[in-house]
Design a protein around this ligand. Sequence first.
Ligand code: C2E
Ligand code: MG
Ligand code: MG
Ligand code: MG
Length: 281
Amino acid sequence: KAKASGRNNYHIFDESIQQAINEKALIKNGIREALKDDLFELMYQPLFDLREWRTTSVEALLRSKSAALAGKTTLDIIEVAEQTGQIVKIDKWVFKKACQFAKIINQDSDERIKVSINVSSFQIGQSDFVKFIKNALTEVGVSPRCIELEITETVMMDSFEANRQKLDELRQLGIHIHLDDFGTGFSSLNYMKNLPIDDVKIDKSFIDSMLHSERDQKITKAIVDLAHNIGLKVTVEGVESEAQFEMLRTYECDVLQGYFISKPLSEDDIIAFIQNEKVKR
Ligand code: C2E
Ligand code: MG
Ligand code: MG
Ligand code: MG
């Protein structure tokens, strides 16, 4: 009996692994097709600066129009792309596309709007990473001052020193570096201390529980003060309510992002959003 159920368990285990493999293969093919047929697009979510009281930056977020990837979240796609190495092609496509948009959105504006771009650790690890970015900026004809990069703590898991130098070089060009999902990794303080960054972006998970947890309020406030004390700005992601917005404002956060301000928007809609904000001011 034990033997039979053992075999049975093995069978179930086998099936679920097989399912995961199939799922991954489907996504992998979907990504290949989307890259080939130009079926990716970018949406842009405002980053609202509390001091200037306006949107000063927009984050580029990957979306797919491919039927093969229907129902898959961006994280599903990114996760597979990182495993297969396809992320390098995706991130390069994203970078160029986002630079082109940075040029468009700054065309007839006196106030600069930056475009904030997520880069995966895999991408930074590429030997041509810095060269690619420099070339893309020149090719598109956009100032590095219009671009921000969002890196996560996993970026620095391998080759810390080599990656640190790459980020330093980009920063010297005038590209701002933001540490995304701050507080979710194992050594956030280490990264805060040793990386050439301009801004920490506090992860949504802190904000979700903040209103009901005095402890999370204190942690958030302490991160803000600590970051400010060492000359970093603080962005908060995932702001969904007015109560959160107001609380984070009293904590003297610099920049807020979230559905309370706006969801990610198409190129045309984000241009209209910023235009409308100007009219209201
Ligand atoms: P992230 O960089 O931390 O981006 C924030 C995510 O939270 C986005 O999800 C955004 O749509 C979502 N979000 C923003 N405000 C709110 C809110 O108020 N409530 C809720 N519930 N969610 C909010 P999205 O677009 O699905 O992206 C997920 C992750 O995928 C990103 O997290 C980023 O790590 C990665 N990603 C997205 N686009 C790219 C890309 O072009 N390249 C790379 N390498 N990664 C990307
Ligand atoms: Mg991000
Ligand atoms: Mg984030
Ligand atoms: Mg996040």
